[in-house]
Design a protein around this ligand. Structure first.
Ligand code: SF4
Length: 399
């Protein structure tokens, strides 16, 4: 497995696969052909279907200002649902070509080349091998991550945590209507400030966590800076819980960064053995993964044991299985924003269950990851970030 840095990337929303990765790919291609006088970029599959709503053309042009961007919704022959073809011309002559896949979470793969991502740093290939290594050495997951990635990971995760907190704070103070034409108003500030009649402490906790998740997701919808966790569409789940633990419960940053590492490790296992891409496996791969990561990270923050952390992460994924990706108008707003807050609250419920039921479990985390991947491969293309099915097809808009 690669470094967990590949899971957390700081960048502009609204979509890791549709904005962060295309921006990265365009910049890389432009740097290879700086003498070109014209660039052409053709987007296929999910990038063609939802690229306009997700702002893919803008993301490409922010790295390649002179690029002509085309959306080909008819060609389904490419091996990956998020495919981009780049061409560079000089004096009307083709001087450069690359086919680049956006493989989820802002990462790219260039056809015929080794991955641009960092080298393999974990010999372990799945969660059960990781647990064995922890048990053999009598160490926690956070200690295991440090032993594999070295101390250099900590400053990176500190920057990630800073960016997450900034996105919560920015979202909590903003008001107005989100861009894109759906007329969706920002709700984070309202959720943060408005108490309901006779509000008890459990409702307050849910309201605050929901407010933090809305805040980050609304920042994402506004194309502002967020952290992929593991994607932009699911970027609100993890920050909401950890922000709550710091600002409402007084947990210190160093403990949260360790929990962030554990959550990242869980996301890394999913990314390696299945997918974190909505275009590949539906929303179960994005929100399901974020929920699973958040549950595992939160369990670790509470000091629960290895089995309880695995149970919480497994249950969180299990009950997101089959979750489809059907963003209305191709915008990362309906159902995405609300879904982040629901997933955050579900992650906490999964950890609550792990206090009691871990000993009774039958299903391992690796088994549920394999199940999610198989379910995603079986899922009709309509429900894999094309905006052709589900809510995207049925929602007619309301004032
Ligand atoms: S429905 Fe889920 S996977 Fe699809 S764009 Fe929204 S958050 Fe991402």
């Amino acid at each position: 497995m690669k470094s967990i840095r590949t899971v957390y990337k700081i960048g502009n929303g609204p979509s890791s696969s549709h904005t962060v990765a295309p921006h990265l790919a365009a910049g890389l291609f432009g740097s290879r052909y700086p003498d070109a006088d014209r660039y052409e970029v053709t987007l296929y599959g999910s990038l063609a279907c939802t690229g306009e709503g997700h702002g893919t053309g803008k993301a490409v042009r922010s790295a390649l200002p002179s690029a002509d961007v085309y959306y080909d919704k008819e060609d389904h022959t490419n091996p990956h649902p998020n495919t981009m073809v780049f061409r560079a011309f000089k004096g009307g002559r083709l001087i450069g070509y690359a086919k680049i896949f956006s493989i989820g979470g802002g990462s790219i793969k260039i056809e015929g080349e080794e991955s641009q991502d960092e080298a393999e740093v974990y010999p372990e290939k799945n969660f059960s091998q990781i647990l064995n290594a922890c048990r053999e050495n009598g160490i926690s997951l956070a200690e295991f991550i440090r032993s594999r990635e070295g101390e250099a990971l900590h400053p990176y995760l500190s920057r990630v945590w800073e960016a997450m907190q900034s996105s919560v704070k920015a979202g909590l103070s903003a008001e107005g209507v989100l861009p894109g034409g759906l007329g969706v108003s920002r709700k984070a500030k309202l959720l943060y400030e408005k108490r309901c009649y006779n509000e008890d402490s459990s409702i307050t906790e849910s309201r605050l966590i929901a407010a933090y998740a809305f805040a980050v997701s609304e920042e994402n919808a506004c194309e502002n800076i967020v952290v992929t966790a593991p994607t932009c569409g699911s970027c609100g789940v993890i920050p909401s819980i950890f922000y709550h633990m710091k600002y409402d419960r007084g947990i210190p940053d160093c403990e949260i960064i360790d929990a962030l590492a554990v959550a990242g490790l869980i996301g890394n296992v999913i990314r390696t053995n299945a997918s974190i891409s909505g275009a590949e496996c539906g929303c179960q791969a994005e929100i399901g993964s974020a929920c699973s990561m958040a549950a595992g990270g939160y369990a670790s923050l509470l000091g629960l044991g290895l089995d309880q952390i695995e149970y919480a992460a497994e249950v969180a994924m299990e009950h997101n299985l089959g979750l489809t990706c059907d963003p209305v108008n191709g915008l990362v707003q309906i159902p995405c924003i609300e879904r982040n807050s629901v997933a955050a609250m579900r992650a906490i419920s999964c950890v609550d269950l792990s206090h009691f039921l871990t000993e009774t479990r039958k299903v391992s985390f690796d088994e549920i990851v394999a199940t999610m991947y198989q379910t995603g491969r079986d899922m009709n293309e309509k429900y894999r970030e094309t905006s052709h099915g589900g809510l995207a097809a049925i929602y007619r808009g309301k004032p």
